[in-house]
Write a protein that binds this ligand. Structure first.
Ligand code: SF4
Ligand code: SF4
Length: 209
């Protein structure tokens, strides 16, 4: 059966029994009652585990899912997460870092030296896996240097990296699904709404690529 809890690589990491949810073992996520889904999302959030929604990770679908609710602007995704101490930071494409430097009126190198080398990846929304389109990324440290702690806002909001503009959706190598972090209320809202859509098999959301 599809979408069974134990078949999800991410959810396998969750000790359901530790949260008093052993009775959900083997259940279909799509068939959970709302109270059970709330309990599961709370447990996933506490363990900083993302949930995969069986919807293709396309720009359209990601934007649609993001529109299901609203960011609470708590700023927690801009500071270190004690549940994920090995997180290397905010991944930013070098082209984005150049745009940020230009926005701030400083040189690219002055910002580059505040970051560490990242990966060589395809842009997550690039459908053509053409090697000539591979891009370099870098990691901004956490807390993010652009985070205004007092104002709880992003100082470079108009040019923030794509990983920030789609958070709590996170990119994975599997573009057939959309991974959403459950450790913020915005993410929880999105997961619940997305599952509702998947249940209804909303053709607009599921099919449009
Ligand atoms: S995405 Fe979530 S964690 Fe980040 S600011 Fe919004 S509500 Fe907070
Ligand atoms: S760039 Fe802005 S949104 Fe992204 S982590 Fe930094 S402060 Fe937060």
């Amino acid at each position: 059966m599809e979408n069974r809890l134990y078949e999800s690589q991410e959810i396998e990491r969750l000790d359901l029994a530790r949260y008093g949810l052993a009775y959900l073992e083997g259940s279909s996520i799509l068939a959970l009652s709302e109270p059970d889904l709330d309990k599961l999302l709370k447990a996933l959030g506490q363990d900083d585990i993302s949930l995969n929604i069986p919807i293709p990770c396309t720009p359209y679908n990601v934007q649609k899912i993001l529109s299901y609710s609203e960011c609470r602007n708590c700023g927690r995704c801009c500071i270190p997460n004690p549940l994920n101490p090995t997180n290397p930071g905010v991944e930013v494409f070098e082209s984005e870092l150049k745009a940020i430097a230009a926005h701030l009126g400083v040189t690219y190198d002055s910002w580059k030296e505040k970051t560490v080398s990242g990966k060589v990846v395809f842009h997550p929304f690039d459908s053509e896996l053409d090697p000539s389109k591979l891009s370099f990324t870098r990691f901004l440290p956490l807390p993010c240097p652009f985070h205004d702690t007092e104002g709880k806002r992003c100082r470079i909001y108009p040019v923030r990296p794509i990983v920030c503009s789609i958070h709590p959706v996170v990119f994975t190598e599997d573009k057939s699904q959309i991974a959403i972090k459950a450790n913020c209320d915005y993410g929880k809202d999105m997961i619940k709404a997305a599952f509702k859509d998947v249940r209804k098999k909303n053709p607009e959301l599921v099919i449009k690529l």
